[in-house]
Design a protein around this ligand. Sequence first.
Ligand SMILES: [Zn+2]
Length: 482
Amino acid sequence: MGTAASLGVRVPERYSRVCYLTRGGRVAWIVRLVQIGADGDEPFADVMTINRPDGLDDIANLGLTVADGKQVLAGLQQEIVAAQTRSHSVQRPECRSCSGVCHLKDYRNHAVATHLGQVTVRLPRFRCTGCGAIEAGVGWPSHCRSTPEFDQLQAHFSALMPYRVAADVLKQVFPIDAGKDPETVRRHTLKIGATLRIDAVARPEMAAAAVAVTLDSTFIRSCEDGERHLEVRVGNVETETGGRQVFGAVAKTDTDVKVLIRQSLDAVGRTEDTVLTAFTDGCSGLRRILADAGISELPILDWFHIGMRLQHLKQTAGGLSADDPARVAAKAVIVEEVERLHWRLWNGKAKDAQISIDRIRAVMHHFQGEQGERKSIAPSRKLWTALHALDGYLTGQSDWMVNYAERHRAGLRVGTAITEGTANFLVNRRMNKSQQMRWSRRGANLLLQVRCAVYNGTLGSGYGQKFHPANDTHPHPQAIAA
Ligand SMILES: [Zn+2]
């Protein structure tokens, strides 16, 4: 290790430059980086001179500006990389072919993007004096153009906001000269997404006695030829003690949702003795996935989905006209029957649901000619549609409905309501139609892997801070049931 002078760093002319008053009440500081070496030598480099007004009469002058901060960090990064490069190039590797002695051949410059700006690393190449083989000083893959941490940072930002916004935020906050291009941010994010397919999951020490698994599907707009939408499967596993993992995959990609389910179960401590309960709303495809993932019990229709439909039905019934005695009577019948329907479904009597539906239909003719307010559809028309939809839903789903009341009394889950929030958080907030975004199958799937990792707190070591989606309110089943 050389001294400051031999390392070619700029030595200040006078030590007193470190703090001196200039004209106009401005003060200059020098940021000096001192390398503490094992041999007691302490070479240093002056990173930058900061020039700030002296007084505090304007709060805008307090401390460093954003630009100052970026410049300091970028300068420190440059100097530290330069020092690392210098100590590295002193080391001589041993030839891998003949274990001969290597001599310096030449240097190659590698531009590497970091979150503190682009750095150029001057890396030596060596030639073996014995066999003439070329040895590189470091084993970086030749395509390494950015630090893993910077890739992760870009992925984390991109998981939460559109690539364009993520690129702009990064540019605002960090001294980044590379990566401010949204396409670069996207590429780095997808690269991280592709590396997130873990083979083995760290199992927690505590075994989970019971785990609820939910699986649902939603759609996003596609930019692929001949396809308008891509199907996205999302879900979560949850233990009684609050352990939770979310997962998601775009259909027809090489991410297998069955594998994700198994991994998620392992991650929350599933054992052979764990009682698994599955919830799903829906199609036979999702039920098959659950069965293939090793969940042998029939999935239960999530009460959340039924509750939502009942709530809608109640609201519409409450909005029916009551402008003549016949309608008042008919409305009372309907409101009561909707309550009874609710009770029947909640108590596992889905087969009797038809009785309520028929009773409602029988009095609906009283609302013929009912007018909607200001061009809106008449309430009776809405009720008819909602009733028809519920009827169709129950016809397809009644085999998977259970006695929710009994489960609830026994302290068992009747649904999760989480999938809806999870779907919103994982898919809709970032990928939905309102943003007019169109997705490629691969791009959507890899971004989804990043979003799940952010949610699960497994993205990288430094950034995997767990957070809760704001719309995930965990409504108490009773709130929907009541
Ligand atoms: Zn050799």
